[in-house]
Design a protein around this ligand. Sequence first.
Ligand code: ATP
Length: 355
Amino acid sequence: MAEIRVENLHKSFGDFTAVKGESFTIADGSFFCLLGPSGCGKTTTLRMIAGLELPTSGRILLGGEDVAFKRASERDIAFVFQLFALYPHMNVRRNIGFPLVCQSVPAREIKARVEETARLLRIDHLLDKPVSGLAGGDRQRVALGRAIVRRPLAFLMDEPLGTLDTEFRDLMCAELRHLHERIKATTVYVTHDQLEAMSMADRIAIMNNGRVEQLGSPQEIYDRPATLFVADFVGSPAMNLIPLTGRLGKGAARLEVAGSGIAIPEMREDAPGEELVLGARPEHIRFDDASDYRGEVFGTEYLGTMQIVTVKVAQGRVKVKVPASLRVESGEQVGLAFLSDRLSLFDKSSGRALR
Ligand code: ATP
């Protein structure tokens, strides 16, 4: 059982507080990502879970036991720094077995565990080959093998793919996810790359400024961002955030975007009256000649089957994702329609989502 629970965790470095009261639970066997911009406290959080940094206060429960103030060596977890670094002078077998040699595991057990790990990664036929001659994908599998051979309670990974080029990174994301599905070891993965997090995680904690802004599945976070920060951080291109005028009443409401009424269903009753921000993903806006919410096409970006069209409207610029086959010219006047059941709405002053 390797559920990890973080309760009201704080970390200060002198006067500066890097982690400001985090609480979350990482289910046993799940793939959990800490995602956020540089400096938000991801690494500090991971290092506290690993035992490489002591919390200022709070609890870290590993399988029910509070380990917050225990040494790293007393926690059965593996901290993976870089997945791609191999020892070039060793063969595959010795590369994978190296962590066990360091732990003085008996030779016969090392042999069995290395072979089992290699079978799991489909590289058992390469065990006695030098790593220098391996193809890229196989090298990455050897590196993964070295990380998992210890079979710890949990894996902690800090931007392990950070320095890889895009092609290898995509390959490794798929490989890591595939491996996780087979071994189901609790994994905590730190990244600032939303695509990595979205493609691998069961659950994501979005961090900002030392706090968790939202915790949820990739889909929940994408579909229902809890704050303006999350709305802006997740999604490429980002969600359109359009300031609104008008008042909200009970039940369904009608809001004014520059004179064009947009119906917002299922409004919460306690929604405040003013200073709202409408959130619309580019794929939830379409061109509609009948709409009186109009703007001028500023430019297009082709993405193969789709294109992103930037439209200048009264409030700034709105990005719209439409099929690439649709012909649009810069300078053209277009009407925009919103898919009202897919919209988000935020209270501007608190930044919290109202729906
Ligand atoms: P990055 O991806 O850039 O590493 P991060 O989200 O992982 O970002 P942290 O490394 O956790 O961020 O750092 C959070 C904040 O705490 C940063 O402002 C950093 O400068 C500060 N910090 C981290 N470690 C220390 C330390 N040992 N002493 C002082 N400040 C620190």
